[in-house]
Design a protein around this ligand. Structure first.
Ligand code: NI
Length: 171
């Protein structure tokens, strides 16, 4: 496994609608393993492939708490097939927007279909933090970031600030 570089917004690759895989091969499995290592090292609870510059519909997650056993989840071509009517607002962070936390209203529960790392179709129903994480990561596959739930003015301020701090690091 290898740790990958996480892209920081603004970056065009984070704004791309990623391609479906349709099947799972060794290359996809390797990317999923590398993404999981990268996510744990960050540390984070979810990571989508475009965040490491891979424009495919791949997601890794682990929402287990510190005292719980690790519960890694690898999803290929995840798709939300059901959303609860009940909505919940909670604060979200994102590894591609360091130190930017946004209150986002989302369905409290979702059902998601996906292929596992062996290419077998699976379905997961989640609520609370896991449902939020699934929705946040699937947003990434469609080029959507948590700041998109803010007004255009607030989003602009945040993205310009990130752009400036990126340029400072490059100098
Ligand atoms: Ni994110």
């Amino acid at each position: 496994m290898a740790k990958l570089d996480i892209l920081i917004a603004p970056d065009r690759r984070l704004r791309t609608r990623c391609a479906r895989l349709g099947a799972v091969d060794d290359a996809a499995r390797r990317v999923l393993d590398d993404m999981l290592e990268t996510m744990y090292a960050a540390p984070g609870i979810g990571l989508a492939a475009p965040q490491v510059g891979v424009l495919k519909r791949l997601v890794v997650m682990d929402c287990a708490r510190n005292e719980e056993e690790p519960a890694p989840l690898k999803l290929v071509d995840p798709e939300i097939v059901w959303r609860s009517e009940a909505l919940v607002t909670d604060n979200e962070g994102c590894l591609s927007l360091p130190e930017v936390y946004v209150d986002v209203e989302r369905p409290d529960a979702v059902r998601v279909t996906y292929l596992d790392e062996h290419g077998t179709p699976q379905e997961v129903e989640a609520e609370g933090l896991r449902a939020r994480c699934l929705q946040h990561e699937i947003d990434h596959l469609n080029g959507v970031l948590h700041v998109d739930y803010l007004s255009a003015v607030k989003r602009g301020v945040i993205l310009r600030r990130l752009e400036k701090s990126k340029r400072r690091k490059q100098d």
